[in-house]
Design a protein around this ligand. Sequence first.
Ligand code: PHE
Length: 341
Amino acid sequence: MEKKELDGLLKEISSFSASNSSELEEFRIKFLGKKGIIRGLFTKLKDANQKNRKEFGQLINNIKERAESKFAGLNNSLAKSSSREKKNIDLSMPGVSFPNGSRHPISLIRAEMCGILERIGFVISEGPEIESDWHNFTALNIPEYHPARDMQDTFFIQTNPDILLRTHTSPQQIRVMESSDPPIRIICPGRVYRNETISARSHCIFHQIEGLYIDLEVSFADLKQTLYYFAQALFGDNTKIRFRPSYFPFTEPSAEMDISCLICKGNGCSVCKHSGWVEILGCGMVDPAVLDNCNIDSTKYTGYAFGLGIERPAMLKYQIDDIRLFFENDRRFLDQFKTTL
Ligand code: PHE
């Protein structure tokens, strides 16, 4: 046995590579097999003289380890590439596409409504959904035993009835009036809560947008013209509006506004209960008592306010007949608004 011969084997092992499993098997038999080279070397070692035995022993062990790890490495990479071949992966294929989300119909129409009003100078102002009795009721001229509180079935916090879920977005108007001087021209969009039985027409959670304009000499004519512009921009140029006298504790005089039915164009259908008109908002001139509550001089300033739900106009615009669909997150419903991103 010569050292040169052993070095040669080591080199041969290091430089070996196999392109398929039968080449690798040949390698295994040649070096690691029962009758292979390495076994043979160990047998020869017995005959080597005492002096060389230790050195040769180490060398042969080294050869054996190299051959084993070479075999394991090649075996592994061949197995991997053959499983890829088996799955028949075509790396030039396009990837799996993930469906895009879309904006919720309520967000879409809310953005549209805000955009229309922002164009004529209204500024968005958002406030908390958990409110105090003062902001939600008392400052709005709805004192504790006022019957109008019954108009708005409220979710109170049981341990502290001074804290509640806002029943409308008007409390944000109070917050702005308390903290800034006229002129004020804001819109307050947001989610509101009322303790109502859930049905196709009403829900305990819904959304509103309220508008408020306070300045010198603001009149009902300004209110009317603003709402006329708003209704036509949102629902189309042919939309007609009409006002009916109404009552809200925070406005005087108060009115409700109807638009001509979008479905039947005013001819009468089941949506407008055959009247040709659909009610969409409440409005009026801000009651001087509300201005006084917010330290705004009611002898100097006047203002108008209006408020409307977002769901009802959305239902009309997109012809949706059940309000619950907005809150169920059913993909089949939501996916229909994809193109309007
Ligand atoms: N806040 C009223 C409501 O929720 C709507 C409204 C706002 C009416 C402003 C008149 C003026 O019912």
